[in-house]
Design a protein around this ligand. Structure first.
Ligand code: MV4
Length: 453
């Protein structure tokens, strides 16, 4: 096992990793920018190192600074959290060259899944169903036309180096196709330095359903159920839940087994998520994330498995915690991402938290690194905490969530809590009747969110 872990992140996920380290008896090193000197993860770690000024590229993304921090403190492994360097294969390689453990997948798998064309090709080879589209990148315009006609319009042009919604262009007819391809290529070149694009059938009203996996790196893997992340705004997830209200036992068992076999064959190591679009009873692979995700607590609440603890144990050469037959999905969990943003305009709302009272009670979990008197710096993303609620049934979970949201007080800044108070009382949400476009339509309606609360 590792003796000392450096946590190359900030905010709630830095605290989340710190908690896992403490339980495992591993010493912790926090790193922070000058904007984060008063952050909770810095206070609670055994040691801390200032790694640079507020801009992330000069601190949390600064590989030489992080290596120096490892050297100074004698850390023998790094946990990257999510975002920042978590899916940077070069960072994983550099740590290996310095004999420092990277708590994450093999660098080759990070690289493979970072290229969305290669990821899709690999998924297909491993027997995972994919969205109909080009086999690899688009190189020839006439061929693109023939393909689009065959699969039917509308089609989407996606950047190989994109992902998470960046670099997508829709073409609704042949007239729009060539322009969409050229625009997508130009934008991909400018944004990612790589103009490779691919073509897919555009799915009209899918849900976004993702499968959590853990692999041992030697041909063993388990699937820990799914999360439904369809409720998004501008490709930012807002509400995640598991199990998905859209699946029955048979559909779930089938996709989980397909993914498990694929991850065994890939010899995947550590935690990962296989993302699908789900429409009319069929799954279509879109991407794989090779990191711990923001919404991982949903899975922890329904499986009882501590995913961050398992990431650490697996990276240190440990076995998977249970066999697939022993995985039991119990009850229902919902996560609300609480952002320091205006709940109507979504404008960021940094500043001082004058009063803070998180909810509690049975089945209620708050993952956050803020406290009363804390100043939210304007330099980073606006997530200030996650409210995760568990119940024996989805209905019990919703009742409990309604109560927990009413208890939650954050004063001094705007938060998205009023949005969740409106969502939890909405009949489509209560019925689980929503797709990836539902939230944006809901937000277009005037006065759906009561900001008085
Ligand atoms: C799609 C799609 C429809 N058809 N692919 C957006 C993020 C990226 N992970 C994939 N995305 C989409 N890919 C096909 N072939 C619609 C989306 C999409 C979306 C997906 C998941 C959650 C929210 C979304 C919002 C808009 C578009």
């Amino acid at each position: 096992m590792f003796d000392k872990i450096l946590i190359a992140n900030r905010g709630e996920i830095a605290l989340r990793v710190l908690r896992a380290c403490k339980e495992l008896g591993i010493a912790t090193v926090a790193v922070h920018s000058t904007a984060d000197a008063d952050a909770m993860h810095v206070r609670l770690a055994d040691e801390s190192v200032c790694i640079g000024p507020p801009p992330a590229r000069d601190s949390y993304l600064n590989i030489p600074s992080l290596l120096a921090a490892c050297e100074i403190t004698g850390a023998d492994a790094v946990h990257p959290g999510y975002g920042f360097l978590s899916e940077n294969a070069r960072f994983a390689d550099i740590l290996a060259e310095h004999d420092i453990g990277f708590i994450g997948p093999k660098a080759d798998h990070i690289r493979l899944m970072g290229d969305k064309i290669e990821a899709k090709r690999t998924a297909k080879r491993l027997g995972i169903p994919v969205v109909p589209g080009s086999d690899g990148g688009i190189t020839d315009e006439e061929e693109a036309k023939r393909l689009a006609t065959r699969i039917g319009y509308p089609v989407l042009i996606k950047a190989a180096a994109g992902g998470g919604g960046r670099g997508m262009k829709v073409a609704r007819s042949e007239d729009e196709l060539i322009d969409a391809v050229q625009t997508a290529k130009r934008e991909a070149k400018a944004a990612f330095g790589d103009d490779a694009v691919y073509l897919e059938k555009f799915l009209d009203k899918p849900r976004h359903i993702e499968i959590q996996v853990l692999g041992d790196g030697c041909g063993g893997a388990i699937c820990l159920g799914e999360r439904d992340c369809s409720l998004q705004r501008r490709h930012q997830k807002v509400w995640e839940e598991g199990p998905s209200p859209a699946l029955n036992e048979e559909q779930r068992a089938q996709i989980l087994e397909t993914v498990r076999r694929a991850m065994c064959e890939l010899q995947y190591l550590g935690a990962g998520t296989v993302e699908f679009l789900y429409e009319n009873g069929s799954f279509y692979f879109i991407e794989m994330n090779t990191r711990i995700q923001v919404e991982h607590p949903v899975t922890e609440m329904i499986t009882g498995i501590d995913l961050v603890n398992e990431q650490i144990r697996i990276a240190a050469g440990g076995d998977l915690p249970v066999r697939q037959e022993e995985v039991r999905l119990v009850g229902h969990a919902i996560e609300c991402r609480v952002n320091a943003e205006n709940p109507v305009t979504f404008r960021p709302s940094p500043g001082r938290i004058d009063y803070y009272h998180p909810p509690g009670g049975l089945g209620v979990r708050v993952d956050s690194a803020v406290y009363q008197g804390y100043f939210i710096p304007p330099n980073y993303d606006s997530l200030i905490g996650k409210l995760i609620v568990h119940g024996r049934t989805r209905n019990e979970c919703l009742m409990r969530l309604r109560r927990a949201l009413d208890e939650f007080v954050v004063a001094g800044i705007d938060t998205t809590l009023p949005l969740f108070r409106a969502l939890v009382r909405n009949s489509d949400i209560q019925n689980g009747d929503y797709d990836i476009h539902w939230l944006e339509h809901f937000l277009e309606k005037p006065e759906t969110v009561d900001t008085a609360g």
